[in-house]
Ligand binder design. Sequence first.
Ligand code: AMP
Ligand code: MG
Length: 345
Amino acid sequence: MRTKLFIIHQVEGFQEEIDQAAHIIREGGLVAIPTETVYGLGADALNEDAVRRIYEAKGRPSNNPLIIHVPSADWLEDYCRDVPEVAYRLAEQFWPGPLTMILQAKDVVPKRTTGGLDTVAVRCPSHPVALAIIRAAGVPVAAPSANTSGRPSCTTAQHVIEDMAGKIEGIVDGGDCAVGVESTIIDLTCEPPQLLRPGGMPLEDIQAVIGTVRINGAVTSEPAPGEVPRAPGMAYRHYAPKAPVTVVVGEPERSARFIQANVGRYSGVICFDEFAERYPEQVVQSLGSVEDKAEQARRVFDALRAFDSTQVQEIYAQCPDSDGLGLAVGNRLKKAAGFHVVEVR
Ligand code: AMP
Ligand code: MG
């Protein structure tokens, strides 16, 4: 299949291209769209055949549910039932933005979209081009991350081209993703609400609005064998580069020293800018300053991907602390490592 590339970095002056991309989605095709979190692989969430093709293009297991993207909170009642008041409060504060809510699904949402569940994940993205395409399509857009299943998520159009060229109808290049990690997922169908995935919206900000949120065990550790995870996708190996990853948790000076003591000629290192010069013989991907978690979030997937075009045979990664966006960055690194984590004290 020939994949059409659209370059749409802004809405003004690009309505014709936006309408073309939306038309493909309305007709049941697949278009990768830029969002502020990561690139999404978009299709009409109500069209079972289109949704089936998302799973095929990604090689995604069919019980790993999709997030549906809507242009505003007024759409919630069309696709969700028994929407609690907290959902509207969160939408009011954080939409459009990197927050996904799990709610009870109405029957119009195909089971293929929800991975067979009675609940559905909903988000309103803030990237103006994504919003314009969804509005023009006039349907909720199912859009999982546009990577091949298991690989690091795509934060540039080039990443999407690597994974999806030839498999989908269109790719919209809307520039590099401003947030860089996927949305935070909160399950509002339980009491207290549960954090299923840390992401671009810090947990502390959500708790400031709705109070206590329980952290699902899969956020910080590997699910036990046989355990049925609440967020099915969490059971799968994720974000992994080809070389095995070891995440080093602890105060940055100590984690840097541990890595120095363990690296060899064919090691790769993911580290904070302050430590990048300590590994002159290794392939180094710098995440940004220790203090700048927003930058670490923007760079983490590109850093993980970059090793695949090198000869490195193992990768060591410094891990930020869990405050703010650090929880999401650390979670992505740990998942890339299959939870192979060393704690240094
Ligand atoms: P992705 O769009 O690739 O970031 O993946 C979406 C993730 O959202 C899935 O892997 C699930 O973990 C989660 N998810 C989507 N729908 C639901 C749901 N109904 N219940 C729980 N988790 C969900
Ligand atoms: Mg994904």
